[in-house]
Design a binder for this molecule. Structure first.
Ligand SMILES: NC(=O)C1=CN([C@@H]2O[C@H](COP(=O)(O)OP(=O)(O)OC[C@H]3O[C@@H](n4cnc5c(N)ncnc54)[C@H](O)[C@@H]3O)[C@@H](O)[C@H]2O)C=CC1
Ligand SMILES: CC(C)CC(=O)C(=O)O
Ligand SMILES: [Mg+2]
Length: 360
């Protein structure tokens, strides 16, 4: 029996994760895979219920599961809270608590959506990028951090810190991933200014010697942000720290047409967590407008990386391709004149395509 921890979260989280859960349940049924999905609270929903964005019961649920499926957390109603009492801290603590240091964010083009990208089709048609983002270190976790008062003025400070072990283990993930792809790693840093990333560059260069079949390039993050728009097809694996990867993967999502298309897997030595790269989108929450495909594609990543069900991962991706072929579009991926459907209908279309594929 596989146990899945299920955290819908906040904003559009419950809507997109309900669609993804239905896809997972359909796979479990069609593949006759015994599965138990247990729901827990994280983020703002957990703050409201327990005054803690990651109650101990939720962490234990995640730790005892074979895999975790998460929607998104956060929202304006919790923005005024002190840092430790924000929904986002629940997610960060979950990632840290499960030691999920490797965040894989594939940005691949669905040819049906070429017109949805703000870039010209000829610029994006050959794009296939895997962002490998370090997820449990960097300025998001470094100490000291805070806001204090110095000389009568408020001062905010954070600490960007990586030790060589943290850099080495994520670099290995990137090089191994590249070996199964086009054998190119572009490591992104700001080594011309920041010591942390100067060490990053040194350690990545050391690790690269163990992978002579993979070409390594270093790029400063400001240039990388520009190159992603100028000539995105040049990238294969983009290896980054936590903050640069957060920013560059949102940017890369636009190559595919929408942030609503980008799935992710967060991996460590144990179980994995699967979530879309986007947030809780409060501007469209509760309106049946959100694109559930990123979360559905995250279920495919779960089947591939945590449940050893490669064939069913492929089948979900095929089903997504089919619904796009059939012209189903949520608002974020619709071109002018195309009919728009809602979150629920998109999820149902994927389930129907999965069932049709299994019956064929
Ligand atoms: N992993 C997580 O749970 C994350 C949580 N957040 C939190 O989410 C909240 C909102 O943050 P934002 O900066 O607005 O980022 P966001 O990713 O939630 O939204 C950015 C824009 O993309 C759109 N969008 C996002 N997902 C979409 C989808 N599936 N379908 C269609 N459109 C979609 C939104 O409507 C919005 O216009 C904040 O509280 C933030 O801290 C932000 C990023 C990641
Ligand atoms: C803690 C999250 C809000 C950070 C984020 O934006 C992300 O992981 O994509
Ligand atoms: Mg982000």
């Amino acid at each position: 029996m596989k146990k899945i921890a299920f955290f819908p979260g906040d904003g559009i989280g419950p809507e997109i994760s309900a669609a993804a859960r239905a896809v997972l349940e359909t796979v479990a049924e069609l593949a006759a895979m015994p599965m138990q999905i247990e729901e827990g609270l994280v983020g703002g929903a957990a703050l409201d219920a327990h005054d803690d964005p990651l109650p101990e019961a939720s962490l234990q649920l995640a730790k005892t599961a074979d895999a975790v499926l998460l929607g998104a957390v956060g929202g304006p109603q919790w923005d005024a809270r002190p840092p430790a009492q924000r929904p986002e801290q629940g997610l960060l603590r979950l990632r840290k608590g499960l030691d999920l240091y490797a965040n894989l964010r594939p940005a691949q083009i669905f040819p049906q959506l070429l017109a949805a990208s703000p870039l010209r089709p000829e610029l994006v048609q050959d794009v296939d990028i895997l962002v490998v983002r370090e997820l449990t270190g960097d300025i998001y976790f470094g100490q000291p951090r805070g806001i204090d008062v110095v000389d009568g003025k408020r001062r905010g400070f954070n600490t960007m810190v990586y030790d060589e072990g943290e850099i080495r283990r994520i670099a290995h993930i990137a090089f191994r991933a590249a070996q199964g792809r086009r054998r190119k790693v572009c490591s992104v840093d700001k080594a011309n200014v920041l010591e942390t990333t100067r060490l990053w560059r040194e350690v990545v260069t050391e690790v690269a010697r163990e992978y002579p079949d993979v070409a390594l390039e270093h790029m400063y993050v400001d240039n990388a942000a520009m190159q992603l728009i100028r000539y995105p097809a040049q990238f294969d694996v983009l290896l980054t720290g936590n903050m640069f990867g957060d920013i560059l993967s949102d940017e890369a999502s636009q190559l595919t047409g929408s942030i609503g298309m980008l799935a992710s897997a967060s991996l460590g030595e144990g179980r994995g967590m699967y979530e879309p790269i986007h947030g809780s989108a409060p501007d469209i929450a509760g309106q049946d407008k959100a694109n559930p495909l990123a979360t559905i594609l995250s279920v495919a990543m779960m089947l591939r990386h945590s449940l050893q069900q490669e064939e069913w991962a492929d089948r979900i991706e095929t089903a997504v391709n089919q619904v796009l072929d059939q012209g189903y579009r949520t608002a974020d991926i619709a071109s002018p004149g195309e009919a728009v459907i809602g979150t629920r209908s998109m999820g149902e279309a994927v389930v129907a395509a999965l069932r049709a594929g299994a019956a064929a």
